[in-house]
Design a protein around this ligand. Structure first.
Ligand code: HEC
Length: 202
């Protein structure tokens, strides 16, 4: 029995040493430009799904009607989402392209999270994602607002024209070239987005 435990502990120490040597030899690249490792994606997915638990299956208590989708679009444009995840019609916009993990484009023409459960999106926006730039909005948005922006993203492929118009024109006005040309100092929305992208607010 004693020998068994000595062997077990030696085995554990060897495994820890092997992991350390793997990392110390550069087995886990820390540069943003390195391509993602299959194990890394698997571990991240598994951890997020486990953290979410049953919350991911929660149904929205509010309807995906025009009023709520309009409110969701307003939140998306003004609360920093667009700064990281980019704008409608432009999959290459958004500072989040330079992050690792990158902030995916969530509006057409991208599929975004339209085929995820709306409860999963609500969980992500509410809680944020650890070890990534995705911040928590628990303190900054009410639960209704969390559902509104989640419904917007869940229905991103079938938004009414009025909602698309909000996403194209502002409020927040980031996309209005005229505003950029006529305003001497950057609008609050413009100056806020790079800063909030670099340091997710606590
Ligand atoms: C500072 C940058 C930043 C801001 C601001 C931000 N996000 Fe994110 N978001 C990220 C990053 C990075 C990820 C990817 C995390 C990962 O892959 O683990 C992400 C992931 C997500 C996902 C999951 C995407 C997927 O494919 O599963 C959703 C949904 C999301 N964000 C919605 C939002 C919404 C809504 C807002 C605004 C209320 C927002 N984000 C604001 C950086 C940001």
């Amino acid at each position: 029995m004693g020998k068994f435990f000595v062997g077990l502990i030696a085995g554990i120490l060897l495994a820890v040493a092997a992991v350390y040597i793997f990392i110390a030899q550069g087995g886990v690249p820390m540069n943003v430009s390195a391509s993602s490792q299959p194990m890394e994606r698997f571990l991240a997915r598994t951890a997020i799904t486990a953290s979410m638990g049953k919350a991911g299956q929660e149904q929205s208590p509010i309807q995906a009607d025009e009023t709520n989708l309009l409110a969701g679009a307003h939140i998306y444009q003004t609360k920093g989402c667009a700064g990281c995840h980019g704008h409608i019609d432009d999959p290459h916009s958004g500072a989040g392209k330079n992050f690792y993990p990158l902030a995916p484009h969530l509006l057409p023409p991208s599929k975004g999270v339209t085929d995820d459960e709306v409860g999963e999106t609500h969980w992500v926006v509410k809680n944020g994602i650890r070890f990534s730039a995705m911040p928590t909005y628990n303190e900054r948005l009410s639960d209704t607002e969390l559902w509104q922006v989640s419904l917007l993203l869940h229905n991103a492929d079938k938004l009414p024209a009025s909602v698309q118009a909000v996403l194209r024109e502002g409020p927040g006005g980031e996309r209005k070239p005229a505003a950029a040309a006529t305003t001497a100092s950057p609008s609050p929305a413009e100056s806020a987005s790079p800063a909030s992208s670099a340091t997710p607010a606590p």
